[in-house]
Design a protein around this ligand. Sequence first.
Ligand code: HEC
Length: 134
Amino acid sequence: MTGRRFTRLALAASMLAAWSAAGQAQQVRDDEAVARGKAKYEHTCAPCHGRGAGDDGRVMLPGTAALAIKYRGELPPALEDRQGLTADTIRAFVRNGSFSMPPFRPTELTDREIDDIAAYLAVSSSAAAAGSQR
Ligand code: HEC
């Protein structure tokens, strides 16, 4: 092997190592965002948007109920089962509110927390879709 070719190979290997380390670090950050988003969603959104019974065990979920009427079965009523909800879409509803959904100010819910919720909803809805294909 010529020295030059070896240098190129070594360079490629070290780039690969750096790339996969960066990938792992990114994955850890993503997992943390999803975990934070899940906690925030469960506390702030699920009382209205949950899949099952409400806080007190009774089914009183105005968000899920309103979206069931709005989409008439064309889209899943629970946000955790909805695919393709971007952070921008979520932000628009969260900042402005919609009918009986109240708006949230940045002091109540930061932009980063909305991004975290979007990360969680993307993961939960793809898991739900994978489950329904079984
Ligand atoms: C007090 C109850 C309530 C809370 C809390 C609430 N929502 Fe809602 N949300 C609603 C209702 C009701 C609607 C449906 C409004 C309508 O009919 O257009 C809605 C609609 C939405 C929509 C629009 C979906 C669509 O396709 O039209 C999004 C996105 C959304 N909510 C996200 C959130 C997120 C994220 C949170 C938590 C930060 C949250 N909501 C908290 C009641 C709530």
